[in-house]
Ligand binder design. Sequence first.
Ligand code: GLC
Ligand code: MG
Length: 515
Amino acid sequence: MIYQVYPRSFADADGDGIGDLPGLLAHLDQLAGTELSLDVDAVWLSPIFPSPMADFGYDISNFTDVAPVFGSLADLDRLIAECHTRGLRLLLDLVPCHTSIEHPWFVDSRSSRGSARRDWYSWADPSPDGGPPNNWRAGFGGPSWTFDEATGQYYLHSFYPEQPDLNWRNPEVAAAIAEVMRFWFDHGVDGFRVDAISHAMKDPQLRDNPPAIDPVPPFPVDPTGQYRIWNMDRPEVVEVVRFLQRVAAEYPGRLLVGEAFVPVDRLVAYLGDGAGDGFARAFDFELSLIEWSAEAFKVTIRRAERFTPPGIEPTWALSNHDLSRHATRFGERRSRLAALILLTLRGTVCLYAGEEIGMIDAPELPGPPLDRAGRDAQRTPMQWEASPNGGFTSGHPWLPLVDPLSRNVATQRGDPASLLAWYRRLLALRRSSAALRHGALTLHELHPHVLAFTRQDGDERLLVLANLGDAAATVDAASIGASGEVVAATGPRERAAPTSALRLEPREGLVLRAG
Ligand code: GLC
Ligand code: MG
């Protein structure tokens, strides 16, 4: 179980309205160490490195330090130690495919065509008409190329122009990123979430992309309007993944979790046994894109089970800092059932901070967007208590809070019927059950609106029944061996018998023991 902290929005200790490491340190109890903690296994911290913040930290100007707005390297060392004391592993965000435009490597690279680091980035001459070298478009809009007046060439960027892409065909780049990883491993960091890895390699001939093709559901049409066959998810990316994994393998027990926004049948190319041939984990984004229907969940689970290589687990999340929060996407009344499904799936599960108290996307935000790609709504500050600033800051929060009076940690901590208590119960169940942690998963067809699956490890067999419909559904749970002993329920239910005609209320979910 991984818990994602978006550092700007978790907790602000110095009153500047921006979350920071001392704030996170002061709130580690939410994650582990006390009876009321969620008791997660690991924290993934989105970037905390020095950055001009054009992409709020995903544009890094120094890979081996901490941005003053978040604290100091000493704070991070304290965080590592505090996490380890509580049995938590700490994952940082490795952004290997681009830097900030202000990173000294890029400053050097753009200083002249003869710079020793010129080839650390991708530079190309204008096309004959003076325009960009080819038709590639950037993920957040506009061309993938920006002209540099001083040296008369274009540089490549898969995201904002402030994020020039590193050239992974240059072995010096690979060596430099390996040093970054070793720096943090030497500080005791337990691993990395590896950002946007499918962008590491591009066609050396810079061939034009064709127009977008029909996406593999549930993926949206490519935002660039192109089929990014020549600059994304290239077969050569596998070499970069293997390289990063080999560096991680120099240190015992370190974990890399890949981020590649590709369908699960492509994700398999990024996965290996973690011993040097591929990531041990990579996010399956299909779950964070599907609509709310039993059929959509079944298809997603079936695809993950089919394509995830043997010996490797799927990695699931319902929300993150880039995507709409699931309480908004699915609707709030479905949050309990969504949590039950997520926390009974086979694999590594990731929670996005705030999910456990039912935080929603900000319905409206004052003023112009801070994130040009439109992701402010899902990044509003964590709500700790029932006060106007939700206990997040004593100053003016960088993004407004949504409704801290009705949705906050303090209120839900004391309420056994709260969503937070429900998450805690599900997490405890998952920890206590080998079947839920790593047992096999088998889907069952009981009813069109009911997601039903078995989790089994040795003699332990649990059945998960989730009625995603808005009407009651009656299922024959005896046919899949349900005993009637309820292990967890979204509602007040204690016994499930008679299981041969088990009535599930709308949005009701049950975990039953097999008889
Ligand atoms: C990843 C991050 C996203 C960022 C992008 C560029 O997708 O999750 O927030 O903008 O990479 O680094
Ligand atoms: Mg602060």
